[in-house]
Design a protein around this ligand. Structure first.
Ligand SMILES: Cc1cc2nc3c(=O)[nH]c(=O)nc-3n(C[C@H](O)[C@H](O)[C@H](O)COP(=O)(O)O)c2cc1C
Length: 201
């Protein structure tokens, strides 16, 4: 029996393409493993607070004040969810060429020195290993080919964030041209669904 952690971050609710495809990915995964345990984090509905002057030490240094202890407790909770998961499904819309700030604050609490990564003479080492990650990327435009490729700060950034803490088995499902009209959106959803089905097979 496996554990699946599901992160959604789209602000578009029912209209969200990434949420739709994340739900499909979860269906595919649970069909293969009906006993799987699911943990959902909706980072849009229940945003994780930004780190501030008052809270940052809880994640990056010594926690002493109540605010620092609270941010450390939240970081502990999020990291425990991550550690417990075998598979992580992430819904990541492209916002301003990168990821939603709600998802970024999740990473701010999860990338923690000495806990999820360490430094040595050999360089940084990720401490969260053996995970499978599926990232659904929804984008208004086209970035996998053509002139906007260089403006894709979403996929390389996610690959870096995940890889930095040891998660290198990452599959990206790209739903592109969502802003090009209903036909393009439907085509992108159909293509991504087919890709998810292939992934499950
Ligand atoms: C705040 C905001 C910023 C966006 N920035 C970009 C962008 O930089 N590039 C792009 O191609 N689409 C951009 N979009 C469009 C979304 O990527 C697109 O609508 C996608 O489908 C969003 O994912 P969702 O359907 O899961 O909400 C943006 C949308 C919003 C709401």
């Amino acid at each position: 029996m496996s554990n699946i952690l599901v992160l959604n971050s789209s602000l578009s609710g029912e209209a969200s393409v990434s949420r739709l495809l994340v739900a499909d990915a979860v269906t595919e995964l649970t069909q293969r493993d009906p006993g799987a345990t699911l943990v959902f984090r909706d980072l849009a509905a229940a945003p994780i607070p930004h780190l501030t002057l008052e809270t940052v030490a809880g994640v990056r240094a010594q926690a002493t004040t109540p605010a620092e202890l609270a941010s450390r407790a939240l970081s502990d909770e999020l990291i425990a969810e991550l550690r417990a998961a075998d598979t992580i499904v992430i819904g990541a819309p492209m916002y301003n060429f990168s990821i939603p700030t709600t998802l970024r604050t999740w990473f701010d609490h999860v990338l923690r020195p000495g806990v999820t990564f360490s430094y040595s003479e050999a360089g940084p080492k990720g401490l969260i290993e053996g995970k499978r990650v599926i990232v659904v990327e929804a984008r208004g435009g086209l970035y996998s080919e053509g002139p906007a490729q260089a403006a894709d700060f979403q996929e390389p950034y996610l690959r870096q964030l995940l890889g930095f803490i040891g998660m290198t088995d990452v599959t990206f499902i790209r739903a592109e041209k969502i802003g090009y009209g209903p036909d393009a959106r439907d085509q992108a959803v159909a293509d991504s669904r087919a890709e998810l089905a292939r992934l499950a097979a």
